[in-house]
Design a protein. Sequence first.
Length: 457
Amino acid sequence: TKTFGETAEESFTQSGYSLIREKDGKTLTGSLSRKYSETEVGDVSRTNIFGLTGDIDDRWAVDGSYQAGDVQNHDGTRTKRDVFALGVGYAKKDEETGDTLTSSTKIELRRDQGANGGDDKRQYLAYNATEGYVTPDLKIMTKIEVSATENISNGTTEAEHREVMIGFGYRPVLHDRLNLLGRYTYLESQGPAEQEDTAMVEEERAHVLSGEAVFDINEHWQFAEKLAIRIAEEKVAGFNFTKTRTWLMIHRLNYKIDRDWSIGGEFRTLSVVEAKDIKRGLLIEASRNLGDFSQLGLGYNFTTFSDDLTDLDYSSQGPFVRMTGKLYDRTPEERERARQRWLDEKIRGWAWVMVNEELLKKDSPVLQELNEHFIMAQEVYDKGEIEESRKIYKDIVIAGQMMFEEASAYIRGAISKEEKLKEMKVLADQYFKNGQYEKAKKILEKILEETNEPMLE
């Protein structure tokens, strides 16, 4: 394969070759690529990359790579670059519900050897990302990233970066029109101001907390609200640390045209408390689904800021292309199985509550009968009839199980009846909307009739 690309920082050409081997259900992939890139400030690099990826079993996989290249810096110096990387991935899937646990870890070491007066540098990077379902409704995500750049020539640490993130996604199985997202990020970075941003910030520590609610109004319209706050301490070159608080609020409305196409618009507000500065603006976007697991969006941001407060550099204005994807989502069948499993757990809990409430009634005939059996079992035991006593206690246990099963059946019947009545109500509303008032009336009368029918005889 051969790839050409251009960004705001660089243009590049990359050619790649790969060899794939499969045996006993396991895949081993080897790859070799060559990349030539040139940055806007005149840096030129040539890199050869060799990688190897393989499955250990159906859950574990490893990958490793080695890069060797030369960089021609704009100041005339040359740098020989070697990069070693090792990664481990883990994935576990619940075959019944589709719930998954995935984790990936990567460690990378980069060594730059300067020539013609260039410095020798060493860079470390460690990264881990994990996500998994705690319940059928709730997914937890974590990310840890640590990196450091050392100048071996003069014995100094040029840059450090630490980032810790924990987030969640909540999508109720029984109410999947609602999605709640939350994330907390701690960010700490240190480096030369000219490498950080245009504000000359050379060191910062930031806490970013964000929450988002997405609601599907109907099959076409979707409404989203996002609120985020960033509490940071920043050190500008030549000054002490200053504390800043930044608020971000986004209101977004999406319209789904058909299965593949959708359009959306946002109204954004960014407020920096200490500076008493408020920025507002719009963002528009059109997107198309590319298969079941990715989406390509094209839009225009009329503001200078993005929706990510961990990267607040005020350089986001203009057109943009956004690619979003998901590695895995549950199929409708898996979602239904997850819903049934969730419902089974709830029914068991509700059934035990019903049984306990019955047994706590002083005038309960069931409680009186069980007490009589307990007394009978004790009397038989005192007479030395151990086997007969065991039979009576076994009957008591069976009676308790029967009470639980009857309570479960009652609850399932109530849920089934409620779902049936909801379907009838939807049908009645549709008849009424189409002007078929007589049919709507008959269905509503049937709903009232079934609502008044007792479930227990």
